[in-house]
Design a protein around this ligand. Structure first.
Ligand SMILES: [Zn+2]
Length: 355
């Protein structure tokens, strides 16, 4: 967020094993949850500094300098960008709030319109070209315009090694099927045409991975006052438990192979993010395995979930696949609908290497 953070990039890589970075393009002049705020106090950055396109450029230069400093790590060091344009969102949020024409997730979609993403994707890509930083991850692209822009940028800048990401939320739910404003997320859920466009791009091989975008937010933190005002609610929701079940349910209907689903949810992201001990079932790799049962339809209910979130935008969705067992590095941690034993998570100093 600040100039001094850019100087810390090499230390974060070397001391902490953090090789992936993220820029939130929309923070410039726009608050996290949808209303404008005084930038310096909201972002807690010093007087005289700006969180803007120039700052993003300098972040990119800082990351590229680190790639050159550590050539043996260069392939594993990447930058992700949250691509939304603050100025477009600020203007459209004002128009949508003043007109009162839309409500709920439909209002939120119009307040952060798809071309705000397309423009940010284009700016990010040009800056990558200008700064010579090749490893660019275009994160959580929400629909047709964002994907169109991302594919155009691949053609315009073939020397940039892009990755394109979508979330399970944007692949499962649209502004009308999501259960209420609990489906508020950035970038927003979109109309059905966008959901289907994402699937078309996925099937065409233009999407590199699908993520949970897990941002669990309990009911009392999620909703504001008044409860049905989308602009005062917080953004984000949990998705981890629906990632594989949702991908297999909707992906198999559209002819996506199991192998492709495993690439999209495991091996592709593992390889990009320096998790070389993960992502496939092979000798020497961590035995992180999920067993999935297919064919028995079930209905998503927040009250049946182990999450403390208490609500889900997928409430009432019918899925036809379900994770029955999970192994973490060979430890059987989930079975019969429950988590067992002590937590087995470990800090992963990246890049991790196969033993
Ligand atoms: Zn983001």
């Amino acid at each position: 967020m600040m100039k001094e953070h850019i100087d810390e990039i090499p230390e974060i890589i070397q001391r902490d094993g953090v090789v992936s970075f993220k820029i939130f393009m929309f923070y410039g002049s726009h608050g996290l949850h949808g209303r404008s705020a005084d930038q310096n106090s909201f972002l807690m950055i010093p007087e005289g500094e700006r969180y803007d396109l120039a700052h993003f450029e300098f972040v990119m230069r800082g990351i590229q300098a680190a790639r050159e400093k550590f050539p043996e790590l260069a392939d594993d060091i990447s930058l992700g960008l949250h691509c939304e344009t603050a100025e477009i969102m600020t203007a459209y949020t004002k128009m949508v709030e003043e007109s009162g024409e839309y409500s709920g997730l439909e209002a939120y979609h119009h307040s952060r319109p798809p071309h705000s993403e397309g423009l940010a994707v284009s700016i990010a890509s040009y800056l990558a070209h200008e700064t010579g930083l090749p490893n660019i991850n275009l994160l959580h692209l929400s629909g047709k315009k964002a994907m169109e822009a991302a594919v155009r940028m691949k053609v315009a800048f073939p020397h940039v090694n892009f990755r394109r990401e979508v979330t399970i939320g944007h692949l499962l739910a649209d502004i009308h099927t999501a259960s209420g404003i609990g489906g508020k997320v950035n970038p927003p859920l979109r109309p059905r045409e966008d959901v289907e466009a994402l699937w078309e791009y996925l099937i065409a091989g233009e999407i590199d991975w699908v993520v949970s975008d897990h941002a669990c937010c309990k009911d009392e933190q999620k909703f504001g006052e008044p409860r049905d005002d989308v602009f005062v609610a917080k953004s984000g929701f949990g998705g981890a438990e629906y990632l594989l079940a949702g991908m297999v349910t909707e992906g198999r209907k559209r002819g996506v192979s199991y192998q492709r689903i495993s690439e999209l949810t495991a091996s592709n992201p593992a390889s990009r993010f320096g998790l070389h001990s993960k992502g496939e079932i092979a000798p020497g790799k961590d035995a992180d395995i999920a067993l999935l049962e297919e064919g028995e339809p079930w209905i998503v209910r927040a009250e049946d979930s182990l999450s403390t979130q208490g609500h889900t935008p997928f409430e009432g969705f019918e899925l036809t696949a379900r994770v029955t067992d999970t192994f973490v590095r060979g430890n059987h941690v989930f079975t019969d609908g429950n988590v067992h034993g002590d937590p087995k998570g470990e800090y992963l100093f990246r890049p991790t290497h196969t033993k």
